[in-house]
Design a protein around this ligand. Structure first.
Ligand code: NAP
Length: 324
């Protein structure tokens, strides 16, 4: 064998080996625990965690695990009073600390609504140490931008962008003055891969990721840890995924992974299968491929939604005929 053949063989082996070793490393890192504790990130027992969108899905689960296992008081912020009251009742029995609620519809929030929220937060005895910017709204189902209603577009911008800024603008100065604290921003795969037919939601989550990473750098010297969480598929009302799978965990499993792996990075995918998918997106086929996959998946969902609506309309027309 000539040294040239050996050289080419060596380069080919290195090119093949690199992604394999990268995948092995990604799997090991994904399944290894070892994050920092909430306490070491500034969340002292007796202080408060604020969870936006805390009445359902992932936000409710953050509130539950933080209240039950980490001994913090929790303020839940969401729009539906009945749901908030129910969660408060459920949690009050098992929480180590206090549970309070604050009703606010972020899609319609005015400066005086944010002033009222600030008053509630400043009145919490023991101070605030954690903010979980979890609230978000999505398109009801995939839809082209030009067919989406102006109301939905405005609601996504208000909730997914304006509310994140307004709530953080209230809480970040408190954390900075304490020189400790934690801000978690719950992102999405749609904020990493531009997602056709969910374009406004996708762009709002890309905004969140950029802003979160920039804010993390600004607040680091004040010992405030800001982390953007890459959440992909989770069983909740928003995702309409009903059964958990390897790739789509329950909120309980997802939040446990997040709280167990905090503080290692300012932009992380703490759930193991999501971290492996993230590795694939970064290393296989290139961005264009993943943009196409996302686009095709949403076109497919859109077609199925249209067919379902047609079936329902036909069934309704049939039952009207019978009645006549
Ligand atoms: N589920 C997934 O697969 C997935 C994937 C990637 C990222 N995420 C992200 O994870 C986060 C939580 O999503 P989720 O799936 O848990 O959603 P969800 O089950 O729909 O829960 C949303 C929460 O936000 C509240 N909320 C909605 N609109 C509001 C408004 N206008 N004002 C105040 N509160 C409002 C809801 O409260 P009310 O009941 O009072 O309306 C509820 O508590 C979001 O940031 C989402 O983008 C989720």
């Amino acid at each position: 064998m000539t040294s040239f053949t050996l050289f080419i063989g060596g380069v080919a082996a290195a090119l093949l080996l690199r992604p394999v070793l990268g995948l092995i490393y990604a799997v090991i890192v994904a399944y290894a625990g070892g994050g920092k504790t909430l306490k070491s990130l500034g969340a002292t027992p007796g202080s408060w965690a604020i969870v936006t969108g805390g009445s359902d899905g992932i936000g409710k689960e953050f509130a539950t695990q933080i209240a039950q296992k980490h001994g913090l008081n929790v303020l839940l912020v969401a729009r539906n009073k009945e749901k908030l009251d129910t969660v408060q009742r459920e949690l009050s029995n098992s929480a180590k600390g206090d549970i309070k609620t604050h009703v606010l519809d972020f899609s319609k929030a005015t400066p005086s609504d944010y002033a009222r929220l600030k008053e509630t937060i400043l009145g919490l005895p023991g101070g605030v140490s954690v903010l979980i910017n979890n609230v978000a709204v999505n398109h009801v189902s995939p839809v082209s931008f030009i067919d989406e209603s102006i109301e939905t577009i405005e609601s996504i911008v208000q909730v997914n962008i304006s509310a994140q800024l307004a709530v953080t603008r209230i809480i970040a100065p408190l954390l900075v003055s304490q020189k400790k604290g934690l801000i978690l921003n719950i992102g999405s795969l749609a904020g990493i891969v531009p997602s056709g037919y969910l374009s406004v939601y996708s762009a709002s989550k890309a905004f969140l990721r950029f802003w979160s990473n920039a804010l993390a750098m600004e607040l680091k010297p004040s010992n405030v840890h800001v982390e953007h969480i890459r959440a992909f598929f989770i069983v909740t009302a928003m995702s309409k995924i009903r059964k958990p799978t390897w790739l789509s965990p329950t909120p309980k499993a997802f939040v446990k992974a997040v709280l167990g792996r905090l503080g290692k990075n300012i932009d992380s995918a703490p759930y193991p299968s999501h971290a492996i998918l993230m590795w694939a997106i970064d290393n296989i086929m290139g961005e264009r491929f993943w943009i196409d996959q996302s686009n095709n998946m949403h076109i497919d969902i859109m077609k199925r939604v249209v067919k379902k609506k047609e079936r329902e309309a036909a069934a309704a027309a049939g039952s009207r005929k019978k009645d006549i």
